[in-house]
Design a protein around this ligand. Structure first.
Ligand SMILES: [Zn+2]
Length: 138
């Protein structure tokens, strides 16, 4: 014998429907499994949703299409600010060295070419380009 989940009257433990209140008796273990899978589905749904969001994240696309070319390299002139250079190349560079002395700050950034090997290095003194060099661009 077991108790009806709804009206609490004693019913046959194998009864699927309570003879007193006519409510369906759901197996608590089955219910637990169903809740577990329900939560699992929500978790999977959320993680796949966040994957979708990160795959549509524009950063990845920007980096794939952003690279240094000889043409861009030649457009970049001494005296330009870091943001000027970013505008020409199309994305942020990688900061390789940063140092400061008294009122001066020196930042050296590099960008890779499409092949991932050739690269250009740009040195900024107080956010003004003072030197540029490149390896392998053509
Ligand atoms: Zn009942």
């Amino acid at each position: 014998m077991k108790k009806c989940r709804y009206c609490k009257s004693e019913i046959d433990s194998k009864a699927k429907i309570c003879p007193h209140c006519r409510k369906k008796q759901t197996n608590p273990i089955l219910r637990g499994i169903m809740i577990f899978f329900g939560i699992l589905l929500i978790v999977i749904g959320c993680s796949s949703l966040s994957n979708d969001l990160s795959s549509t994240n524009s950063d990845d696309n920007d980096n794939a299409s952003c690279y240094l070319t000889m043409e861009k390299f030649n457009k970049i002139e001494n005296g330009m600010s870091y943001s000027d250079v970013v505008d020409i190349i199309g994305c942020d560079g990688t900061l390789s060295t940063e140092s400061s002395y008294e009122d001066s700050s020196m930042k050296i950034y590099y960008w890779y070419a499409k092949n991932g090997v050739a690269n250009g290095t740009f040195s900024f003194m107080n956010d003004s380009l003072t030197a540029k060099s490149q390896i392998g661009l053509n």
